[in-house]
Design a protein around this ligand. Sequence first.
Ligand code: SAM
Length: 288
Amino acid sequence: MNSFSKGALYVVATPIGNLDDLSRRAMDTLAQADLIAAEDTRHSVRLLDHIGVRVPLVSLHEHNETSRIERIRQALDDGQRVALISDAGTPLISDPGYRLVQALREADYTVIPIPGPSALITALSAAGLPTERFLFEGFLPAKSSGRRQRLSDVVELPVTIVLYESPHRIRQLLEDIEIVFGERHLVVARELTKTFETFLQGTASTLLARMMDDPDQMRGEFVVMMAPAPEKAPADSGQIDGDQLLSSLLEEGVGVKQSASVATRILGGRKSDWYQRAQAIKDGGFCN
Ligand code: SAM
C-alpha cells in the first residue's frame, strides 16, 4: 500500500476508453484524495462512481484554470491531498493543468505524477513506426492555412510526427497531409482501447479513400502518425551534380528558393541545405 503525502498535488492519469486501464495506484490515490480537480466534473463522476469513490470535486478547465490555482493552493496549505484528473488520459497532455503545475512548482509544492494511459504513447506503442525520436504536435490549428504551415514546418524532420485529431476534422487533416507529405507512410490509430479500436496504414490518399468507402472509419478519436522523412545527404545523385544544377538554374534566372526546391525534388536531402548552397553560389562564394 502506498503512503500518500498530505499537502501534495497528485496528477493522475485515467483511462482513454477502457476503464480497466485505471491503475491500482491511481484508484488508491483518488480514493484517498481530499479534493479532486477534474476537467469536467459531470464526466468524471461516472469514473469515480465506477470505482466507488466519493470525494468532493472542483472543476478545472482551460477557462477557469488560472482562477482555480488559488483555491487549490489553499487546499494544499490546509494539508489536503488534491488529485488532478482530466476527461481522459494523462492531464496536461493536450489537456488542462500546465498552469497549475507550473504555479505549484514555482512555489515549491509537492507534485506527484501517477502515470497511466495516454493516447500518444498507446498509439506509438502499436504503430510500428520508429520511436527512438518522435515529435508530438498535438492538435494542429483549426484553419487549413495554419495547419498546412505547421505541417510544412515538420515535413522534413527525420522523426515520427504524432498528431491528435477529432472526428470533425480528420478528413481535412488528411487532405492537408496529402498535400504536404505526399506519399509518406502514415498510421492512423482510432478509438484506442475501445470496442472499435482500429489501426489503418497507408498514404494520406489511400487512407482518405478507405474512409470515404467506410464512413465509420471517420468516427471516434484519432491519433495520426507520420513516418520520419527519409534521411538523405544533399549529395550528388547519379550523374547529376548538385552545384552544377543549382548554378544552371540560377543562371537561368530562377530564384534561390525555387532552385533549392527543384534540387530537393530531384536529388533529395533537406531543402534548407540546398537553399544555403544556392545562396552561397549566388553570392559568388562556393561553400563546402
Ligand atoms: N490527455 C489525453 C491523453 O493523454 O492522451 C489527450 C486529451 S485530448 C483533449 C483528446 C485527444 O486525444 C482526442 O481528440 C484524440 O486525438 C486523442 N485520444 C484520446 N483518447 C483516444 C482514443 N481512445 N483513441 C484515439 N485517440 C484518442
